[in-house]
Design a protein around this ligand. Structure first.
Ligand code: BG6
Length: 316
């Protein structure tokens, strides 16, 4: 029997126009899905404004999502693109964020869907759709507000085109005291075989090695993964210079950044994956690599009325 509660509800389309993106809600309005006319799609949970799926026109999934990921709002999603804000990891020595959980509260908060906008084009190759999500101190859970008592608003936009997926964040300080924060787009990319993966674009970059006592190191050559990797890179090249993931020599992803100065590369490998209850299958680390665009070294300071904007674009 069809579960009527989870049946997608189509938004109105205008007859006579060339095929336009379709935007649907499902799961009692807790998920939004956008589909382009040629079949590319993106699915976003209002919980965390977490992108949980990005498929190309052939229906091939580009993001890794754990089989045990909680999608019911009880826990941050293990996979897709959780959004880290206002702290990366934990920061016991940073008074303003020291009380917050790992990676902050954005990925554990229910966001509002603000609306969709589509590009107008007769040519399917130019058609895109943008989904906007909002989170602000006005809608934040009281318990979280007490841990981080700032007045702010965030617009997070997810844009799907036939060629790529972009996510962008705009944080505005609506209060009367400066806000210090970090943010990061914790993207889990799906790969066939981690042993065949190389990440280029980070050559000669300084990084902090979180699995080796946070030592400062310099990357020589491409990054390969043959064990647990958890590194915060300060890319030597500018944000518009792509970080490229190749598999067996073929480009599978290319990531460019806008105003996000850092890149985290993470793969939990065997032991860390085994220790995460929501990481399934346990050997799933062979099929994922996190390339995370963000600003997580030091703090972004936002004066009253100022706004910060940062974005990533991932091409496949
Ligand atoms: C990465 C961090 O960004 O996120 C890692 O660098 C961390 O240290 C990983 O383990 C996953 O974090 P979480 O909170 O989702 O388990």
């Amino acid at each position: 029997m069809v579960d009527r509660r989870n049946r997608p509800t189509a938004l109105a389309t205008t007859p006579g126009l060339p095929p336009q993106p379709q935007v649907n809600f499902s799961h009692e309005n807790s998920r939004v899905t956008a589909v382009l006319p040629a079949g590319e799609s993106v699915e976003v949970l209002l919980y965390g404004a977490t992108v949980i799926s990005w498929k190309n026109r052939f229906g091939i999934e580009k993001l890794w999502l754990s089989d045990a990921a909680k999608l019911d709002g009880s826990k941050a999603v293990r996979g897709g693109i959780p959004l880290v804000f206002p702290v990366f990891g934990t920061a016991p020595d940073h008074a303003a964020t020291s009380k917050l959980p790992q990676h902050g509260f954005a990925r554990n908060s229910r966001w509002e869907f603000l609306g969709k906008s589509s590009s107008e084009s007769a040519s399917p190759s130019d058609i895109s759709v943008k989904l906007d999500f909002g989170l602000s101190s006005a809608t934040l859970d009281d318990q979280v507000k007490s841990l981080w008592p700032y007045t702010f608003s965030i617009i997070y936009s997810v844009t799907l085109t036939p060629e790529n997926l972009s996510t962008s964040i705009v944080v505005t300080n609506d209060g009367n005291q400066p806000i210090e924060f970090q943010t990061l787009m914790h993207t889990y990319l799906r790969v066939e075989d981690i042993s065949k993966i190389q990440v280029t674009g980070l050559e000669e970059s300084d990084y902090v090695d979180k699995v080796d006592a946070a030592k400062e190191k310099k990357q020589s050559g491409a990054v390969t993964i043959a064990g647990e990797v958890d590194r915060v890179y300060s890319p030597a090249k500018g944000p518009s210079s792509p970080v490229v993931v190749t598999e067996d020599g073929e480009t599978v992803f290319s990531i460019v950044r806008d105003n996000l100065k850092d890149v985290v590369v993470w793969n939990p490998w065997t032991d860390k994956a085994a220790g995460m209850g929501d990481f399934e299958p346990k050997d799933g680390f062979k099929n994922m690599i996190c390339i995370e665009a963000g600003s997580v070294k030091g703090w972004i300071t936002l004066d009253p009325s100022d706004a910060f904007e940062g974005a990533q674009t991932i091409s496949d």
